[in-house]
Design a protein around this ligand. Sequence first.
Ligand code: IVH
Length: 693
Amino acid sequence: MNRPDAGTNTGTDPSQRAAELRRLLNRAAHAYYVLDAPLMEDPVYDQLYRELLELEQRHPELRSPDSPTQRVGGAPAEGFESVRHRIGLLSLDNAFNTDELEAWYARLLKVLDREPGTALPMVGELKIDGNALALSYEHGVLVRAATRGDGEQGEEITANVRTIGAVPLRLQIDPAPAWVEVRGEAFIPDATFAAINAEREERGEALFANPRNACAGTLRQLDPAVVARRRLDFFAYTLHLPDGAAPPSQWEALQWLRQAGFKVNPNAELLPDLGAVERFFQQWDGGRRQLPYATDGVVVKLNALSLQDAAGFTQKAPRWAIALKYPAEEAPSRLLRLTCQVGRTGVVTPVAEFEPVALAGTSVSRATLHNADRLAELDLHGGDTVVVRKAGEIIPEVVRVLAELRPAGAQRLELPHTCPECGSELVREEGEAATRCVNSSCPAILRGALRHWVSKGALDVDGLGSKLIEQLVDRGLVGSIADLYRLDGAVLASLERMGSRSADNLVAALQASKGQPWHRQLYGLGIHHVGEVNAKALAAAFPSAADLATAALESPDLVTAVFGIGAEIAQSLQQWFATPANQQLLSALERLGFSLALSPEALAAQAQLGQAGGGPLSGQTFVLTGTLPSLSRSQAQALIEAAGGKVSGSVSKKTDYVVAGAEAGSKLSKAEALGVAVLDEQGLRRLLEAAAA
Ligand code: IVH
């Protein structure tokens, strides 16, 4: 079927087609992220997006900064540049009650030379609890985004901000002004925040204390791909335009922003006088809890621009605006005890339990302290009085300790050295926030370990879901991975929602899983940092668990010599193999019939490859000289040999590469004289990577 009139793009000029696609996809993003009224179905969007992406790949000159493909295209940054804002970002003075609000208003009237009690129209907006952004558009196109910084200078984070769907890449204003400066608040909605933290907990990463911190941390992420996954949102509230072009009031500025394609908070109101401002404040005191994002007050702004100009600024804030803040949802409470939770991945989280207090409409009696660093920072002692905060849906946190109220002789509290569930020594890796229990048979992490063991990339056992695992652990039928293989059909059949047929199938599936290759078994053990890729590399280099254990415990250099395996992974392996319960698990698995090793066929194939000089660098001769920045001589040699290359001691015409580091001597000069290719460490790594690909 070929109907050129039915919207197919046959024969269309690529540049025209790209422009059409850009326009349509940007409109679709606006409809989706800002208007919350999708223009098209997700798969339709995806397909058009892919068409544009392919078009741009074929014709790179068609790529433009306002293309939706550029929202995710940024490469990780090394760091952020400092940029000076075209117009400084001010902060706001705060009022904490209506008396302070009235005092502010009285001062304002005085500055403006108005009678006390004069009614001036104001705009009431919600104070979004996020991070201020400064967006610069030139001729309608987003050219720069920066953090607030000190108000004068911020950090340039354009690539990150491009990933925010609610930020237009091109303004819907024709003709667009030469420049526009827009300010607003980036934030993470509560539900997204909860999902991010749940995921971090699962991966054993430190939790974010609240959405604002999560947002700030995300904006300063070096990899825009990570930012894109965190799904930030944005409300615009301030507009700066070239002289003469600015709307005459804040209310109209908000309409301008909305028309230009920004997401503007829908709860702003034009308020005729101070009484209306107070009612607006009171109304949102209750109402804000129903909002899907955090707010910590309302912002009141004089509406008329001419009056704003007349009122002017103090040192750091406009006289014509004020933040009216809700009292923080904080209360003191007495610490009863410090407990520890052991998560699925073995991460140990300290939890403060205190006398119940009413906060944000609920009774709160426990709060996570995140990790050992946070615990140390709080300097928590037994019997301390702590300040607890809870805002809306946010998990409660201990903000600080009132050290003045500390009982005499109180002991400083620390994380235990052993796991509260199983008694194993706890481990904290360098540079990591989390403290972990690494005993794979710890009951608290057993469920997670079992789920991982039977998962697709690991042993891939059908018919053993989370519910069943829970029953097995709760009833004490399974205390380790090995116990799974000791279950008999009759016991399984007696469990909830299990018939004898499915019980038999499961027993068969478990038996069959013993034949899975060594790298899957290794991955299935769930050793921290050993994902599928690392497991494959390790299993190829160390043909059995015994080989790997010996290397991990006795010569970590051999472990880090494996391509892609760094010191962090080596350390994690060392800890794992040093844990007695893990050694017992390995012996038990062996007794049950697991090889925990390359199969004889795989070994034979590997040996043949070695004899035949297989491997991507086979037949090539390398000479090493000087000191390489990060590889020892033996590591470099191991890497080359693993890829099939040979390492020789002297340079000749037959040498293919000389790998030279610092203080390389005569071998390097000889290589140069003979015209032999010279590589530095990076060059070697690139060669190995290319060879591995
Ligand atoms: S106006 C001169 N409006 O609150 C105008 N700020 O405490 C200054 N904020 O730095 C900003 N919601 O990050 C304004 N509707 C809103 C706001 C808002 C949140 C933040 C902003 C500012 C901070 C001051």
